[in-house]
Design a protein around this ligand. Structure first.
Ligand code: BG6
Length: 488
């Protein structure tokens, strides 16, 4: 059974409080934690945005968002009413000077409260919001500043943001969020690797042939075209979520679960990633963009039509990459990654393929396949180890692949909190283990930057793929030229 460990009471200020992230993720997550009594009615959520709204008008919007994004059976009327009373509204101009004094004066009436500031705004505003808060005296030892990804749009802008925020907020109070780290199954990678010595012994180039990381989505750009068209899959998914998964798979055992112990090990992986020179980009990275097609039986328009033809047409909605970690443990083991919108299924999955036996005493059969460890992050979270077994019964010794399967739902049978729920409570507790440190974010950008440069220098259009397919054929060639195939 899940244990609910109450957190200290807080006054959480959300900048960008009328935006999509707040409505879709932050308010529902806070509601769920409140419903589970992880915090009580002595906490406040202060919505900060530019518009002139009353608290009641904001509560009306928040209630509508809860109805849309929280399952109806979790919406108990009394709990919803109590939760809405925790919401306050503060008119603050994130890019200007109005509203800051009133906000900080209000916070100062409760100096003992933990004070998270969640910046659900464009990253361009992170530096100026923090500077204005600091100028008003709003940053005190119980303040925590939460920065949403993507942190910048390249290495230089990420550094500039880190510099500006770091000038007024100590690193120990900065929480750079990557919601993948809040997913149960992603945290389970730590348990799988470091609580099960059998895997520890197998986790190296002697035994592992290669690793695949797939994060496939069926959705298109979903009304976020303005953001997405300036971002693309490399910035939106690879620089953060995919590289974080790679770090958890490839890192050495941290000495403890302390934030810096874990982040030190992840940083070493990022720094060990073999750099891809711009001239090699086409060999190691394929970008694609979906055209019209059908997903799960429904016809859907292409990317440019989704944007209302507003885009320039150069944004990638799919990336496939081959990465290598330069270390003794991983020498010669490729990590293939692919992610995209409008793919056939929503699935996030890691496949670790072990080497084939050095020779086989069994007659070769078409079904022969190497051992594979499949870690399904979503949906149907679980772990499966594919093994070869003897097919029962007479007829000769024939082998058949079979799976040792753990389904988390069948084993634990309960709702998993959304990643944001866990991460928001970690912010209040002040636990940074699942948040990215400055050097980590910059190391990830350092690896991605030559690809951005190569694509900017040669702005030919990404390769087209029909919606509902697994990306452009070049992505298949990327892995097949190494004699391997994508796991379907
Ligand atoms: C976000 C990206 O960080 O992650 C989105 O900005 C993407 O484009 C989303 O859809 C995927 O998250 P999840 O939790 O649905 O796998």
């Amino acid at each position: 059974m899940a244990r609910i460990l109450p957190v200290p009471s807080f006054d959480c200020v959300v900048f960008g409080a009328t935006g999509d992230l707040t409505m879709r993720k932050l308010l529902p997550s806070l509601y769920n934690r409140f419903r589970d009594r992880q915090f009580g009615t002595d906490s406040r959520i202060i919505a900060a945005a530019r518009g002139a709204l009353t608290a009641d008008e904001y509560r009306g919007r928040a209630e509508a968002a809860l109805r849309l994004h929280v399952p109806p059976d979790s919406l108990e009327p009394d709990t919803v009413a109590q939760f809405l009373r925790l919401l306050h509204y503060s008119q603050v101009d994130g890019a200007g000077d109005t509203g800051w004094k009133a906000l900080v004066d209000d916070l100062d009436t409760r100096p003992a409260q933990v004070r998270p500031f969640y910046l659900a705004t464009s990253p361009d505003l992170y530096g100026s919001i923090c500077a204005r808060l600091a100028a008003q005296g709003g940053i005190h030892p119980l303040s925590r500043v939460v920065l949403e990804k993507p942190l910048g749009r390249d290495l230089a802008s990420a550094r500039a943001i880190n510099e500006a925020v770091g000038a007024v907020v100590p690193e120990a109070q900065i929480f750079r969020i990557d919601h993948y780290l809040g997913k149960e199954t992603v945290q389970n990678l730590l348990a799988l690797r470091f609580a099960n010595p059998i895997f520890q012994r197998l986790w190296n180039a002697d035994v592992i042939d290669h690793v695949q990381i797939t994060v496939a989505e069926t959705v298109g750009v979903e009304g976020r075209g303005g953001y997405y068209d300036r971002s693309g899959a490399l910035r939106d998914m690879v620089q953060n979520h995919m590289l974080q998964l790679l770090c958890l798979l490839a890192m050495e055992s941290p000495v403890s679960l302390d934030a810096d112990a874990v982040r030190d090990e992840k940083l070493k992986v990022l720094r060990a990633l073999k750099p891809i020179a711009p001239r090699e980009a086409a060999h190691f990275a394929i970008r694609g963009q979906y055209g019209a097609g059908a997903v799960e039986g429904h016809p859907v328009p292409g990317y440019l039509a989704d944007l209302g033809m507003a885009g320039e047409g150069l944004t990638e909605t799919f990336v496939a990459l081959k990465a290598q970690v330069n270390s003794w443990r991983w020498a010669s083991v490729p990590f293939y990654m692919r992610t995209g919108k409008r793919l056939p299924r929503k699935v996030s999955e890691i496949m670790v393929q072990f080497r084939t036996p050095p020779f086989s005493i069994f007659p070769a059969e078409p079904t022969d396949q190497p051992n594979r460890l499949l870690i399904r992050l979503q949906p149907e979270e679980g772990i499966r180890l594919d093994m070869m077994t003897k097919e029962p019964g007479p007829g000769g010794l024939r082998l058949r692949p079979t799976g040792l399967d753990i389904s988390f739902e069948k084993t634990f049978g309960q709702r998993y909190p959304d990643a944001y729920e866990r991460l928001l409570m970690d912010v209040v507790r002040g636990n940074q283990t699942l948040f990215m440190r400055r050097d980590e974010v910059e190391a990830a950008w350092t690896w991605v930057q030559p690809l951005l440069d190569a694509w900017a220098d040669k702005p030919e259009a990404p390769r087209p793929y029909p919606a509902g397919s697994w990306g452009p054929t070049a992505a298949i060639a990327l892995i097949e030229r190494d004699g391997r195939t994508w796991y379907e």
